[in-house]
Design a protein around this ligand. Structure first.
Ligand code: SAM
Length: 275
């Protein structure tokens, strides 16, 4: 079979530059990436040899969060922004395992996500994929495909998982999220993961890898990440490293933060509820 950058390369995509979605796919061991993306992934691995494991733990946290939202919180509508390329277990699969009627909208700025997502979802009426930009939240709220699919009078889980790091604070990413949350009714949730800065060299190395390969990928203090939640109360266990974060079992015995591997202290997750 031809590789994506071989003779069957999808027309219409600039494959000469790495994109976040495709570099992440390469780190996860996926096949929907091109030579420039694999170079980007190699840069990550040079600085953070366990960068692939970070990506895998982020996907595991995504599944844990969706299971909590679908099962414990009873959410049946998901707006997953910056969803990424389809991988092993995606939001709609995690949600529909709990509630087969759960509806999911995937939004990503990279059109390759739409191209690959459509094929995956051809037989699933509960899930759609839309190309749109988080930086234009009103455009997302005005998108008829989205408003036809989700009922904005009922609670929705907004997922901004693994995206904030790609925007500098100067761009005010929290304001885009605020516009979206303001449009959701009470009972809705906000689910975020982000790169953290607690002063460790490997966290800084992750930032360096992102800046070198993609031109973005900033780390933030836990206090700054908490601000992403716009003052909404976090559900237990609050904001924590992915390997310590079990929203369905917040009292679970978890390793002390200092006993985690350094690569396990690069990302944190949290879910907040709009009351
Ligand atoms: N959410 C998935 C996860 O955590 O496994 C994928 C995370 S991946 C690191 C970041 C995704 O955000 C990429 O697919 C990228 O294309 C997408 N993205 C970046 N900027 C975006 C924007 N302005 N609007 C929507 N999606 C964006």
């Amino acid at each position: 079979m031809a590789t994506p950058d071989g003779p069957d390369a999808t027309p219409g995509f600039d494959t000469s530059q790495p994109t976040i979605a495709r570099v992440y796919d390469a780190l996860l061991g996926g096949k929907d990436n091109f030579a420039a993306d694999r170079e980007g992934a190699a840069t990550y691995l040079k600085y953070v040899p366990d960068a692939g494991r970070c990506a895998i733990e982020n996907r595991a946290a995504l599944v844990k969060g969706v299971q909590y939202l679908a099962r414990t919180a009873g959410i049946d509508q998901f707006l997953d922004i910056g969803s990424g390329l389809p991988t092993q277990k995606n939001t709609h699969q995690a949600a529909q395992e709990v509630n087969p009627r759960a509806k999911v909208v995937y939004v990503d700025v990279d059109p390759i996500v739409l191209a690959h997502g459509r094929a995956l979802l051809a037989t699933d009426d509960s899930t759609i994929v839309v190309t749109a930009d988080l930086r234009d939240p009103q455009g997302i709220l005005d998108n008829k495909e989205i408003t036809d699919h989700l009922d904005f009078t009922r609670p929705i889980a907004l997922m901004i998982v693994g995206i904030h790091m790609h925007f500098h604070d100067d761009e005010k990413p929290d304001e885009w999220v605020r516009t979206l949350m303001n449009a959701l009714p009470s009972g809705s949730y906000l689910f975020i993961t982000d790169f953290v800065d607690t002063g460790e060299p490997l966290q800084k190395a992750m930032e360096q890898a992102g800046l070198e390969s993609l031109g973005n990928g900033w780390i933030r203090t836990p206090e700054r990440i908490e601000q992403h939640f716009l003052g909404l109360p976090l559900v237990p266990p609050g904001l924590d490293f992915l390997a310590r974060w079990f929203p369905e079992d917040p009292d679970a015995e978890v390793p002390a933060a200092e006993d985690l591997q350094p690569y396990q202290r690069i990302l944190m997750a949290g879910i907040a509820k709009k009351n």
